[in-house]
Design a protein around this ligand. Structure first.
Ligand code: SAM
Ligand code: DTB
Ligand code: SF4
Length: 325
């Protein structure tokens, strides 16, 4: 049966057997049909006026052994980001307490690692336990995991593990050469098996084609079950990286990616992630209309700027958005 974007009953239920023709029909639909459908599906499964706030902290910055072409923290690129050691627990706790006071309900700790080394497990688990004790949801992103490590993190109280597929299988090698798509899928399976919620999405604006965006969306939507959380990042061009001068992304194309993610993974939370600093309030409003239900708050992401708290407070006021629990 061909895909009918107005058949909201059918679209509102998740499925993991998306064909390329169906994914193309979603991504390339007339914009008004796409947004109407995405918003209709969104309100079947989510509170349409509530947006969840997560806050990031870079617990270990720079000097990363991977060559991700977008990343300020890769040791392969001269970006001016200084490599630092793993943060001490008390500094992490202070940051988490500030994030909680600022309204964040989830605290996401990111480390510029290729993989989690056994010697760092205890320190990271202490951070997870500490943040959890504040009553916040916990998320970490630490690179690849080996057998048993996901369970160790779960036992410490981990709620979410972020590990992005970033782009299509075909375009992946143009962006990252130090690991494979299968490496990513493998870690995602370990996270899922340990009973941790999966946070997995990608980046739009890296010079990928429309087919690559559709390919990424299909990979994500054909995971069974879907990732609970789907971050859609707008490339933040970083000087000194191979993608510093990537062709600027059209806002409409970014909104299409958000709407398609919403439609193809109807129960997941789609996060309007990196890149808000460069977006107008109107563009962000379109992203919420297209089904984004979460953002990162706080004035820094990991190494790049994010809108200040007053700008977000004003935006929530202007759009009548409430902070989701
Ligand atoms: N090292 C871990 C990893 O790669 O999984 C965790 C940290 S990494 C910074 C997390 C994600 O941030 C990446 O997968 C990518 O999607 C996103 N990201 C990194 N740099 C970005 C940039 N300049 N613009 C947009 N998104 C970016
Ligand atoms: C994700 O998908 N986006 C966040 C989080 N997961 C870890 C990271 C965005 C990083 C943006 C670039 C920076 O600040 O270094
Ligand atoms: Fe390292 Fe993650 Fe940056 Fe890639 S995205 S260079 S793995 S910190």
């Amino acid at each position: 049966m061909p895909l009918d974007l107005l058949d909201i009953d059918r679209l509102a239920a998740p499925r993991s057997d998306w064909t390329r023709a169906e994914a193309e029909a979603v991504y390339r639909a007339p914009f008004n049909d796409l947004i109407f459908s995405a918003q209709s599906v969104h309100r079947r499964n989510h509170d349409a006026n509530a947006v969840q706030k997560s806050q990031l902290l870079s617990i270990k910055t720079g000097g990363c052994a991977e060559d991700c072409g977008y990343c300020s923290q890769s040791a392969f690129h001269k970006t001016g980001v200084k490599a630092s050691k793993l943060m001490p627990l008390d500094a992490v706790m202070e940051a988490a307490e500030r994030a909680k006071a600022g309204g964040a309900t989830r605290f996401c700790m990111g480390a510029a690692w290729r993989d989690l080394k056994p010697r760092d497990e205890k320190a990271v688990c202490d951070m997870i336990e500490g943040v959890k004790s504040l009553g916040m949801e916990t998320c970490v992103t630490l690179g690849m995991l080996k057998d048993g490590q996901a369970q160790t993190l779960k036992d410490a109280g981990l709620d979410y593990y972020n590990h992005n597929l970033d782009t299509s299988r075909e375009y992946y090698q143009s962006v990252i050469t130090t690991r494979t798509y299968e490496d990513r899928i493998d870690t995602l399976a370990k996270v899922r098996e340990a009973g941790i919620s999966v946070c997995c999405g990608g980046i739009i604006g890296m010079g990928e084609s429309e087919d690559d965006r559709i390919g990424l969306l299909m990979e994500l939507a054909n995971l069974d079950p879907h990732p609970e959380s789907v971050p859609v990042n707008h490339l933040v061009p970083v000087g000194g990286t191979p993608l510093a001068h990537a062709e600027p992304l059209d806002g409409v194309d970014f909104v299409r990616a958000i709407a398609a993610a919403r439609l193809m993974m109807p129960r997941s939370t789609v996060r309007l992630s990196a890149g808000r600093e460069g977006m107008s309030r109107e563009l962000q409003a379109l992203c919420f209309l297209a089904g984004a239900g979460s953002i990162f708050v706080g004035e820094e992401l990991l190494t790049t700027p994010n809108p200040d708290v007053s700008a977000d407070t004003n935006m929530f006021g202007a759009l009548g958005l409430t902070a989701a629990e």
